[in-house]
Write a protein that binds this ligand. Structure first.
Ligand SMILES: Cc1cc2nc3c(=O)[nH]c(=O)nc-3n(C[C@H](O)[C@H](O)[C@H](O)COP(=O)(O)OP(=O)(O)OC[C@H]3O[C@@H](n4cnc5c(N)ncnc54)[C@H](O)[C@@H]3O)c2cc1C
Length: 329
């Protein structure tokens, strides 16, 4: 009989791991959100959509390039060649070249994960609240103390603070307590395309805002309705993390209008999203692409092992899958 593995989190790391181990094990994925994506999510309403987490990704390793190849052929992953500038409140904007391919998924960032999830056993809207040991197996419970199942192995692909809350401290050790994940605010706007400047995206310096993208202009969106994604810097987000959220929205809206010279009257909708655990502050030391305790049947992976970013999430899970394949024989 194949060993059973519960994977907590269906972001890129969790899905990569599940795909790579599905021939060796019975895999069950648990995801607390209603949809797939994690920090590569796309928010939608009837007329608009915003990629409010990861904006693009690069592919530097052979393994990640190989994963992407069939999705590029299918048009689910597309190279993005925006007219990108650098903006600041005091200096003149200037064009910013990119020196390697940057990719996005289409028609929304989470479509790569949707395509990857084909054939996997995933329970959405299911938050794993506790993980306990009984009858030589790991038992997972949800927030209503309902048993979700018993498994030979548990792997968490949740951001580090959430993994720390779930898995026994002995697996992670005291050293990890010093590692932090940094927050980010995403301001999601609706603005008519005709009212936006000619550039598509901006890296912003010397401001609460770090990034602006005219999201509807990304390849494969086919949306007439103009949508803007604005991200703050992590320092600013950390300083204002518990502030009144209406006030944060107002401040960012004003900053956006000043930076871009767009009149606030042109903005027809604004929502705020707070990412508590957006990015990793640093890579693990000593360097470790994942965490594994084969004796206990516990493991953890995710972008936080390797300093954040989409490709780091893939690499961490891909390397853990290799190690687990050996541990499972
Ligand atoms: C605002 C922002 C901008 C970014 N921009 C970029 C960028 O431009 N380029 C780039 O390369 N990277 C970017 N990143 C980082 C990139 O999104 C991440 O590195 C990557 O998506 C992480 O994937 P992951 O699978 O490791 O984690 P996640 O995507 O966070 O997946 C973990 C999953 O676990 C779930 N989960 C957590 N706890 C539980 C629980 N108890 N029970 C069940 N499920 C649970 C979560 O809901 C989540 O879906 C950005 C991130 C943010 C937030």
């Amino acid at each position: 009989m194949k060993p059973s593995i519960a994977i907590i989190g269906a972001g890129l790391a969790g899905l990569t791991l599940a795909r790579e181990l599905r021939d060796q094990a019975e895999i069950s994925l648990f995801e607390k959100a209603r949809g797939l994506g994690g920090r590569m999510s796309t928010r939608r309403n009837a007329t608009h959509q915003w990629d409010h987490g990861a904006q693009f990704f690069t592919a530097r390793s052979q393994a990640f390039t190989s994963l992407l190849a069939p999705f590029i052929d299918a048009g689910t992953v597309v190279e993005w060649q925006p007219n990108i500038i650098t903006l600041s409140p005091s200096d003149k904007p200037f064009k910013r070249p990119w020196f390697e391919p940057h990719y996005v998924a289409a028609p929304g960032m989470n479509f790569l994960l949707k395509a990857m999830s084909d054939g996997l056993n995933i329970q959405l809207s299911t938050r794993v609240e506790t993980v306990t040991r009984a009858h030589d197996q790991w038992q997972l419970y949800d927030e209503n103390n309902q048993l979700l199942g018993e498994y030979d192995w548990v792997v968490s692909s949740a951001p580090l603070p959430q993994t720390q809350a779930l898995l026994p401290k002995a697996l992670l050790g005291d050293d990890l307590a010093q590692y932090q994940m940094l927050p980010c605010y995403a301001l999601l706007l609706t603005v008519d395309d005709a009212d936006l400047p000619h550039w598509d995206a901006a890296k912003v310096n010397h401001s609460a805002i770090r990034w602006i993208s005219f999201n509807h202009r990304l390849p494969g969106r086919n949306m007439k309705a103009g949508t803007v994604v604005v991200h703050t810097g992590s320092d600013w987000a950390a300083e204002h993390l518990e502030d009144d959220q209406e006030q944060v929205k107002e401040t960012l809206l004003n900053t956006f209008c000043e930076l871009t010279n767009i009149s606030s009257h042109k903005i027809t909708g604004a929502q705020l999203h707070r990412w508590r655990y957006a990015l990793s502050a640093e890579v693990l030391e000593p360097e470790s692409e994942f965490i594994l305790n084969a004796e206990q049947g516990l493991a953890a992976c995710g972008d936080w092992c390797l300093g954040g970013r989409v490709e780091a999430a893939f690499t961490s899970a891909h390397q853990l899958a290799k190690a687990l394949r050996q541990a499972l024989v």
